[in-house]
Design a binder for this molecule. Structure first.
Ligand code: LLP
Length: 431
């Protein structure tokens, strides 16, 4: 079943990490996010192991917490010994609440405010990933005022188009992120950073995009980044200690998608970097990467309750569920395709193609179209698979719908990790 943490039990119910999703939805209500903690931990270990095998000591995977941010996830990530990528003071605050070792964070974002910068430095962020000349100067000034020297990486755009969808494609020259290698902006910001004493330049960062299934774009990015480092060394005598290659490893959302083999991809990337380093007389730098989706994606399943089932002859059948774009805006935003099933009839054959509609007052509020499902009836539990990444973290209150809770499952037993919001929560800041 799509990923090996999903199964069907003797009642014919969908299971995640051995837990019955129908029983969980009865216990906690719907919509419900279920997160398989064992699967998250296994993914963390897979990355760590590959890093230890192929990259020099000190290299580390950083979980990109924009994929899933709540206090408990930072505890799991800390426990597994990964770093974390944060992109806002809100994510930083959440990590602090979990006692995450903040020196193991990379602070991203193309527009950090002065307040964000000060907060990050005071919190002890490991590396600021500096996006622009303005940020570099502001960071330098603030660090000096606070009597600190802040470690930084420079976000560069290596000019790569990994053929993923435009909204998540970030490594091209035409991007709001970073400084372009091709235009010379990357060299300029490197030169500038080397002259400042409130910051310590440790190396470079790039992130070429998300949901990438081939190793080739990663290898190309690794080559361009290491060659850039070699050129800077040759011209200015500065050799980067760290290269951070960002995230982007693809996840299987439906049958037919071939997931990256983590070890094989990391090994290929390592070979490319080593080749460029050997050729240029450089030390193999410490490598960071920032997988987000591939760590939590398959671990998540969302369960809804089916309300109406409406057939429009000659057109289609709509199945409406008690959630939708507020808990998963990805179909509305990117037409992202998912796999769904009727969790309480998981062992029955699929009978029809359905359009799964959400409960919002908006036609575009859908979870998917043309989805092959078991016969759907009011009261059924509908499960959408692979919702661990960019669902809870992108959830909204549209139509004043309280956010759904997260239940984690480990070794077959469940724990409430995030409570369901109440109506009172919705108005608590309103005067
Ligand atoms: N590092 C940086 C600097 C990033 O910008 C991102 C994702 C990642 C790492 C993690 O990439 P991943 O391994 O998760 O592919 N909301 C979109 C995804 C946006 C990704 C933005 N950056 C979606 O729902 O598909």
């Amino acid at each position: 079943m799509l990923h090996d943490n999903y199964g069907i039990n003797e009642k014919g119910h969908l299971t995640v990490c051995g837990a019955d999703t129908v029983e969980l939805s009865e216990k906690y209500g719907t919509p419900l996010y279920i997160l398989d903690e064992d699967c998250v931990r296994a993914k963390c270990r897979e990355y760590k192991k590959a890093f230890e095998k192929h990259f020099p000591s000190g290299s580390l995977p950083f979980f990109a917490s924009k994929a899933l941010s709540y206090v408990g996830i930072y505890r799991i990530i800390a426990d597994e010994g990964l770093g974390t990528d944060i992109v806002s003071p809100g994510e930083l605050y959440t990590a602090q609440k979990a006692n995450f070792p903040i020196n193991n964070t990379c602070f991203h974002g193309n527009n950090k405010t002065d307040d964000d910068i000060e907060y990050g430095i005071k919190a002890g962020v490991g590396y600021f990933v500096v996006d622009s000349m303005e940020e570099l100067n502001a960071l330098n000034e603030t660090a000096k005022r606070l009597g600190k020297v802040q470690k930084i990486l420079l976000r560069l755009t290596p000019g790569i188009d990994p053929h993923t969808f435009a909204a998540v494609n970030t490594g091209r020259i035409d991007s709001k992120f970073g400084s372009s290698i091709d235009t010379g902006a990357a060299e300029e910001i490197t030169k500038a950073a080397l002259l400042l004493d409130g910051v310590k330049l440790c190396g470079y960062h790039c992130h070429i995009g998300s949901q990438i299934f081939e190793s080739e774009p990663f290898c190309r990015a690794a080559k361009i980044m290491t060659e850039f480092s070699a050129k800077i060394k040759q011209k200015y005598g500065y050799e980067a200690e760290v290269i951070n290659l960002g995230g982007g490893f693809g996840v299987r959302y439906y049958e037919g998608q071939d997931e990256p083999d983590t070890d094989a991809f990391i090994s290929e990337i390592a070979d490319v970097i080593k080749g460029v380093c050997d050729k240029n007389g450089m030390k193999f730098p410490v490598i960071f990467m920032e997988p987000g989706r591939s760590i939590v994606g398959a671990a998540g399943v969302t369960v809804y309750t089916v309300g109406s089932v409406k057939t429009i002859p000659g057109f289609r059948t709509y199945v409406s569920v008690d959630g939708g774009m507020p808990d998963n805006p990805r179909y509305a935003l990117y037409s992202s395709r998912y796999t769904a099933l009727i969790a309480n009839k998981a062992d029955e054959p699929c009978v029809d193609e359905y359009t799964i509609g959400g409960r919002c007052c908006e036609s575009g509020d859908m979870i998917g179209e043309g989805m092959l499902l078991q016969k759907a009836e009011r009261g059924d539990k509908l499960a959408v698979l692979v919702t661990g990444a960019y669902n809870y973290s992108m959830a909204s209150h549209y139509n004043r719908i309280p956010k759904a809770p997260i239940v984690t499952v480990s070794n077959g037993s469940d724990t409430l990790a995030v409570k369901r919001e109440t109506y009172e929560d919705l108005t608590k800041n309103e005067l």
